[in-house]
Design a protein around this ligand. Structure first.
Ligand code: APR
Length: 321
């Protein structure tokens, strides 16, 4: 069986880590594309020269030509500007929308059968635009946000409870912005509700709630927390790792149920928008959206987040995109 092929559009911080992770896991051969001359070639060469030490046979090449992405099974897009301190993801809209349009045209022409996984921000709008410009079916266009947001939420819970993060299950829904919705009610440690564990730890329901609220707020602002510390850009290790988990689910047909930015056609009361919800990922990309009953408070928070996504998409429309 020949190896799968992944094209990475954008060879910046996330693109570089993606290339290294994908090659090291021998998940696929990698083509790293960027508009900056020599940058993707340099990163690819650097990664390829570690193949002996890391023990992989995956090919890694860098390019400035879309022609080299031909035959890709999966295209992961990180092209675009990253945040600087004080910026929200939404501040990137105008610049990144123009870049995303060019990317979608390049992918449509050169890898028309690929599944496209978008990481560029503002995520929900960028996925929407890629879908519109490429004309790809919705099962083949999705965005990475929920895996990372859920991982951040799980991490804070693990630290708080002093347990391995591997045993924590926590789901974050909604848009990939400050309105995202960490689902507290179902957060658990190997099936035991996190709220019960917090109440036992603090022997005080009000204090447990306060601690949970702080973790929810930290999750919502977690990307910004990293930006503030890095000063020159945004998170890149964790978004890359999250996208690789999704790439594995797709290329290995794992049917993983995970939060992903997917097209909704009435599910969760949302029609015609890309929003983060649970979905099953496999060789067909988004194989199905998984609905579950939200309580009134959760639904209201999700609706609020969907409204933020709608506003972004409208703003993008006003730019003529
Ligand atoms: N086509 C391809 N690549 C492009 C284009 C384009 N039209 N325009 C810009 N790029 C490249 C840049 O040259 C740069 O190498 O995109 C890369 C972006 O890399 P970084 O600036 O390092 O950003 P990164 O941290 O990788 O984040 C990329 O993902 O999480 C989001 O908010 C983040 O939108 C940002 C994106």
């Amino acid at each position: 069986m020949s190896r799968k092929k992944i094209a990475l559009i954008g060879g910046g911080q996330i693109g570089g880590v993606l290339a290294q992770l994908i090659a090291s896991k021998q998940l696929a051969d990698v083509v790293l594309y960027d508009i900056v001359e020599d940058l993707p070639q340099g990163k690819a060469l650097d990664i390829a020269e570690a193949a002996k030490v890391n023990g992989f046979d995956s090919k890694v090449i860098g390019t400035n030509s879309y022609k080299d992405i031909a035959g890709s099974d999966l295209v992961i897009v990180t092209a675009g500007l990253a945040r600087k301190p004080g910026m929200s993801r939404d501040d990137l809209l105008t610049t990144n929308a123009k870049i995303m349009k060019a990317v979608a045209e390049g992918v449509k022409e050169n890898a028309p059968n690929a599944i496209a996984l978008i990481i560029s921000n503002p995520l929900d709008a960028m996925v929407t635009l890629f879908k519109k410009v490429s004309g790809f079916p919705s099962n083949r266009v999705l965005g990475q946000a929920g895996v990372l947001d859920s991982s951040r939420f799980a991490t804070f819970i693990a630290w708080e409870l002093g347990v391995s993060v591997k045993d924590v299950n926590a789901l974050v829904l909604g848009g990939h912005g400050d309105t995202m919705v960490p689902i507290v009610r179902y957060a658990n440690v190997n099936g035991i509700p996190v709220m019960e564990l917090l109440e036992r730890k603090y022997k005080d329901a009000a204090k447990a709630k306060e601690v949970m609220n702080a973790m929810v707020e930290r999750t919502k602002m977690a990307g910004g927390e990293v930006v503030k510390l890095l000063k020159t850009g945004s998170a890149f290790y964790s978004p890359a790792a999250s996208a690789v988990q999704m790439a594995e689910a797709i290329l290995h047909d794992e049917k993983r149920l995970t939060s992903a930015c997917v097209y909704l056609d009435g599910e969760f009361g949302v029609k015609g928008y890309y929003v983060g919800v649970p979905a099953v990922l496999g060789s067909n990309g988004v194989e199905r959206v998984v609905e579950f009953k939200l309580n009134a408070e959760e639904q209201a928070l999700l609706d609020n987040s969907v409204n933020a996504v709608k506003k972004l998409v409208e703003d993008m429309g006003r730019l003529g995109l």
